[in-house]
Design a protein around this ligand. Structure first.
Ligand SMILES: [Zn+2]
Length: 455
């Protein structure tokens, strides 16, 4: 939600303003394809606001989230505070056939008689388990220059052969077709070394082939060796629980770096640990808009600054992706975290909901991770926020958010609370609650390291 829509500003002759503001929906004429939606906003001066002659309940601050049912076609909602009227027209389109996420029509899959050869066009191209551009169905990410074998296609996807029984799917936009097969490839050497922070494995190949890194158990597999379904798998020995790793081709050499468990300080437990805090959104991107009109980007930055203080107090070296109200792309946030050699990456957000849900029935803090290695960190943070801020536990979830997926650090995205819950936005705006959330997250990071069994 980008813009605040001031609907009515009625100034009486004695200078007393009766006003209400609706921040969602953003436009008075809109289309919403859902059985219900909500009006998010606030009143001032304790006035009574009605919609289609029914009172809208508000909290002490005048905040409201009012759920309305939608019938097919046009729905009219007239708001009236006694002095001003505003009408919303919401059109619910007639139900349409939903495109299935799974392949139900096998006719649509074309299998090639002879395989085609191709090269990946850009870094970080997702290799998916199903031919759908959606969520966490990712087998691996392929770098630019990786050679692949294609054995079929389905809609906008090519089928990528990995072994005789394992296939992946890649969007055609990431592929350049080649006329010839690449030279046969093998892993002809590999060596291990270590430095203060990492165990480093280097794999020497003839050219770039698809690979996958799995965490449970930790292993790396290279596919399509000798231009066939041969594979090379190795399980690097782990000296501790996983606390971050990265795998990348450097030329035709593949470098796997596994972070060593950091040595904790006695008085300042997070001493020498690099932590990157990422206040979500910024600049032109406001994020969610709260009932009161407050923007998520501002709440995120306020909490992030308090978190920076709390983490520094515990000894950490802290970097922020943004310290001001500026635009920053997701790619730049990830690059910033990786360039600063972050052990921990925390993205700070505040939540919103889609139509069909009731903002009055959702509250609390939630934490999101993508890689299993980051799940215990998410759990520790959430348990600690729960304790220190006494906020409801809205769960730990696995989700394919780009900032937690593409960072080499242990990465978590925290949704501190709901912007569109009338009472929760009031809490999120208060400095006392922001401090408690920051303390909760910082203490959760400490607890994670202290409780993690090194072996
Ligand atoms: Zn957000």
């Amino acid at each position: 939600m980008k813009k605040i829509l001031i609907l009515t500003l009625f100034l009486s002759t004695i200078g007393c303003a009766n006003a209400f503001e609706i921040v969602y929906p953003q436009k008075t004429t809109t289309t919403i394809a859902a059985p219900s939606t909500f009006f998010i906003g606030h009143t001032t001066n304790g006035e009574t606001l009605k919609v289609n002659n029914s009172d809208i309940p508000t909290n002490e601050q005048g905040n409201f989230s009012y759920v309305v049912k939608l019938k097919d076609g046009e729905n009219i909602f007239t708001f009236d505070n006694g002095t001003e009227k505003t009408t919303y027209t919401i059109t619910k389109p007639l139900p349409q056939k939903i495109t299935p996420l799974e392949i139900t029509n096998t006719q649509a899959l074309t299998e090639y008689d002879t395989p085609k050869y191709a090269t990946i066009k850009e870094d970080n191209s997702p290799l998916r388990s199903t031919p759908v551009d959606f969520g966490i169905n990712r087998l691996s990410h392929l770098q630019k220059g990786v050679n692949v074998i294609l054995t079929g296609e389905y809609e906008s996807f090519y089928r990528v052969k990995l072994t005789d029984t394992l296939y992946g799917w890649i969007d055609k936009k990431y592929i350049t077709l080649n006329s010839d097969a690449p030279e046969p490839c093998d892993v002809f050497d590999y060596q291990k070394s270590e430095n203060k922070e990492f165990d480093v494995y280097e794999f020497y190949l003839r050219h770039k082939v698809p690979y996958a890194i799995e965490e449970n158990p930790f292993k790396i597999t290279f596919y399509n060796l000798d231009n066939k379904t041969d594979i090379f798998t190795t399980r690097p020995e782990l000296k501790s629980k996983l606390v971050g790793y990265s795998g990348n081709y450097e030329g035709d050499k593949f470098v796997l770096k596994i972070r060593k468990f950091p040595k904790l300080g006695t008085f300042r437990p997070l001493k020498h640990i690099n932590i990157v805090i990422d206040p979500g959104h910024g600049g032109n991107e406001s994020g969610a808009i709260g009932c009161s009109g407050t923007k998520e980007k501002d709440i995120n930055l306020q909490i992030a600054k308090r978190l920076k203080k709390a983490l520094r107090h515990r000894g950490a070296t802290v970097f922020m992706t943004r310290g001001e109200d500026v635009d920053m792309s997701l790619t730049d946030r990830v690059k910033f975290a990786n360039d600063n050699n972050a052990t921990i990456f925390i993205s700070v957000h505040a939540n919103s909901l889609s139509d069909t849900q009731d903002p009055n029935k959702h509250s609390g803090t939630s934490a999101y991770y993508y890689y299993p290695e980051s799940k215990p960190l998410a759990e520790n943070i959430l348990a600690s926020v729960n304790k220190h801020a006494e906020n409801a536990n809205d769960g730990v979830h696995q989700e394919s958010f780009a900032v937690v997926r593409n960072t080499n650090a242990l990465s978590v995205l925290v949704e501190t609370g709901y912007m569109i819950n009338p009472d929760e936005i009031t809490k999120l705006e208060s400095s006392a609650f922001q401090k408690k959330i920051a303390t909760g997250i910082a203490e959760g990071v400490v607890q994670f390291f202290k409780s993690t069994d090194k072996k």
